[in-house]
Design a protein around this ligand. Structure first.
Ligand code: PLP
Length: 273
């Protein structure tokens, strides 16, 4: 596997990053996961814009987006695969033990792994832990993902593929790696970015293409919504067939099935929407 590091392609087996890199020691980094279809990245411009926003939010140096684009193209070309997950990681670089930033930054790594199309429907759980809608990292795609790792492990233990968080105000927020939508009386709703969720790229496209409304939603909406679905780069639009103990038979329901169709049609027509 060829990856991008230190300005060029390297073999992933022999590539080296400092053990004092702050991405490793304190989670001082940001990332993007980009889907590739037959060697072409989907919505790359939106991902690069978000990478730059996350860097600004974290106070990292501005990433050189021309280099990131070149790195993505080179890694994709060097590792052909039908459906891939391109991972862009950008950290503060190596520095002292402790939380102060050092002089040696930043570190850019681009890698590609293969992936498979997700099933049309899935089970999710809710977790009792909250997203902080007013935190320093709220809305930034940082590498500080340990809370998501814990929540996802709990979901797996319960036969689910995603865990949903509320925020500190008790409102529905998002999943560990996805945004959430509900259908009420035929209308599609999703929590606003002010709920503390990531401004998902698939979420934004789904809102644009389906006319979904951004609405503050209580957690218990999951127990009464007619349909529930998730969006993310690797899931696209995915129906939810169980939330905790509640079964949603027949998922994807009609509104979700239509959203899936609309998304697939638009996405196939434009790889960089
Ligand atoms: N929320 C979180 C916490 C995520 O990590 C992700 C994606 O990884 C999403 C939402 C969905 O965002 P996107 O559609 O840009 O993949």
């Amino acid at each position: 596997m060829k990856i991008w590091l230190d300005g060029g392609l390297q073999d992933s087996e022999s590539a080296r990053v400092s053990v004092f890199d702050h991405g490793l020691t304190v989670g001082d980094g940001i990332f993007e996961t980009v889907k590739t279809v037959d060697g072409r990245p989907f919505a790359l411009t939106r991902h690069l814009d978000r990478l730059a926003r996350s860097a600004r939010g974290l106070g990292l140096p501005e990433p050189d987006l021309d280099e990131v684009r070149r790195a993505c193209a080179a890694v994709i070309e060097a590792n052909p695969m039908p459906l891939g997950r391109l991972r862009i990681t950008f950290t503060g670089g190596h520095g002292p033990l402790g939380s102060d930033r050092g002089e040696h930054g930043p570190t850019l790594v681009v890698a590609l792994g293969d992936t498979a199309r997700r099933p049309d429907s899935t089970a999710v759980i809710t977790v009792p832990w909250t997203r902080n809608e007013r935190g320093a990292l709220t809305g930034l795609k940082t590498t500080s993902y340990a809370e998501n790792v814990v929540a996802l492990a709990r979901a797996r233990e319960q036969g689910a593929s995603e865990a949903l968080f509320g925020n500190t105000a008790g409102r529905l927020c998002e999943g560990t790696g996805s945004n959430v939508f509900v259908v009420l009386d035929g209308e599609i709703h999703t929590p606003p970015v002010a709920s503390g969720c990531l401004a998902g790229i698939t979420r934004a496209l789904a809102v644009k293409w389906t006319g979904a409304t951004e609405t503050d939603l209580p957690m218990d909406v999951l127990q009464r919504a007619d349909e529930v679905f998730l969006t993310s780069t690797l899931r696209d639009v995915q129906a939810v067939r169980r939330v905790d103990e509640r079964e949603l038979p027949g998922a994807p329901g009609p509104v979700t099935a239509k959203a899936m169709r609309i998304f697939d049609e638009h996405a196939a027509a434009d790889l960089d929407p």
